[in-house]
Ligand binder design. Structure first.
Ligand code: IP8
Length: 258
C-alpha cells in the first residue's frame, strides 16, 4: 500500500478562509493514478480548518461554551473540503471512501488513544481508496481536540506498514533555512535525526494549530521506520507526486529512519 498526504497548504490557499485549490487537487488526483499499489490518502485541513480552529482556541480543548458552535462549524468545514477532495479523486477513477478520524480512533489529550486499522483494511481489500483528513474530534480528557492528518498518517504507518509514504508539501522538501524568506536556503536530499537537530527551529508564520515543521519532521522520522521509503515532494509542481509514486528519481527530501 502507498500512503499519501495531500498537504492543506497545497490543496487550499492557507491564508484565505475556505479557499479550495480545485485545479491543483484535480491534477494531484490524476497523478495519484500512477500508484502501483493500493492507495490510502490523508489530507490536511488548510484554510477550512486552521484559521477558525486557531481563532477559537479549539486546539486547547474546552474552555468555554461559546467554542462549541465553532467545534461544529469547523467539523462541517473540513467535511466540505473532504467532499471536494473525494469529488476530485472519484472524477479521476479513484474509488475514494471517506474515513473521518473519529470513526477509526479515540483521542485523549490531543493524542490517539486507540486506533482501529480494520476501518482502512476492509476498504483496501475491496479495492477502495480510504481517504481520511485532519478534523476536530471528541477527546476523553479535553472534550474536543484537533486531530492532524499527520496523526492518522502515523497510526496508518505503524499499523499497515505501507511500502511508500509521500507527503505533498508546498515546498520541494526540507531546507536548511526557510526557502520562502532566505534565497540561499538549500534543499536537504536525505534527512536523518542528526540533520534535523542541526536545523534551526523556525516559527510558523501562518495559522497552524497542529504544530511546527520541526514537530512534523519528528513524526516523519518515526514513520520512516515502518515503510520502505518516506519522502516529501512539492505538490505544487506538476509531475513530482507521479514520479515519486512510479519510483522515479524526483527532487525531494527522503526521510531516513534512525
Ligand atoms: O491540516 C488539522 O489537520 P492538518 C485539522 O492535517 C484542523 O494538520 C481541524 C485544523
Amino acid at each position: 500500500m502507498d500512503l499519501v498526504k495531500l498537504g492543506g497548504s497545497v490543496i487550499t490557499d492557507k491564508g484565505k478562509l475556505k479557499t479550495f485549490r480545485r485545479q491543483v487537487c484535480e491534477r494531484l488526483a490524476k497523478e495519484l493514478g500512477a500508484a502501483k499499489n493500493t492507495l490510502c490518502v490523508v489530507h490536511g485541513a488548510g484554510s477550512f480548518g486552521h484559521i477558525e480552529a486557531k481563532k477559537h482556541g479549539l486546539h486547547l480543548g474546552y474552555k468555554k461554551d461559546s467554542q462549541l458552535h465553532h467545534v461544529a462549524a469547523v467539523q462541517r468545514d473540513v467535511r466540505e473540503l473532504n467532499l471536494k477532495v473525494l469529488e476530485s479523486l472519484i472524477d479521476h477513477d479513484i474509488r475514494a471512501v471517506s474515513i473521518p478520524p473519529a470513526s477509526c480512533a479515540t483521542f485523549k489529550r490531543g493524542a490517539i488513544k486507540s486506533f482501529d486499522p480494520s476501518c482502512f483494511e476492509g476498504p483496501l481489500e475491496m479495492g477502495l481508496t480510504p481517504v481520511s483528513f485532519g478534523d476536530v474530534v471528541p477527546d476523553e480528557s479535553t472534550w474536543f481536540s484537533i486531530c492532524s492528518g499527520d496523526l492518522i498518517m502515523g497510526a496508518l504507518a505503524w499499523s499497515l506498514k505501507p511500502r511508500l509514504i509521500v507527503f505533498c508539501a508546498d515546498v520541494d522538501g526540507v531546507y536548511d533555512g526557510d526557502p520562502k524568506i532566505n534565497k540561499n536556503a538549500t534543499l536537504i536530499p536525505a534527512l536523518d535525526r542528526a540533520t534535523l537537530s542541526s536545523i534551526r527551529r523556525s516559527e510558523a508564520t501562518r495559522a497552524d494549530v497542529t504544530g511546527s515543521m520541526h514537530g512534523k519532521l519528528e513524526r516523519m522520522l518515526a514513520m520512516a521506520q515502518h515503510c520502505e521509503k518516506c519522502m516529501i515532494v512539492n505538490g505544487n509542481v506538476p509531475g513530482r507526486l507521479e514520479k515519486a509514486l512510479r519510483g522515479e528519481k524526483v527532487l525531494s527530501t527522503v526521510v531516513v529512519p534512525e
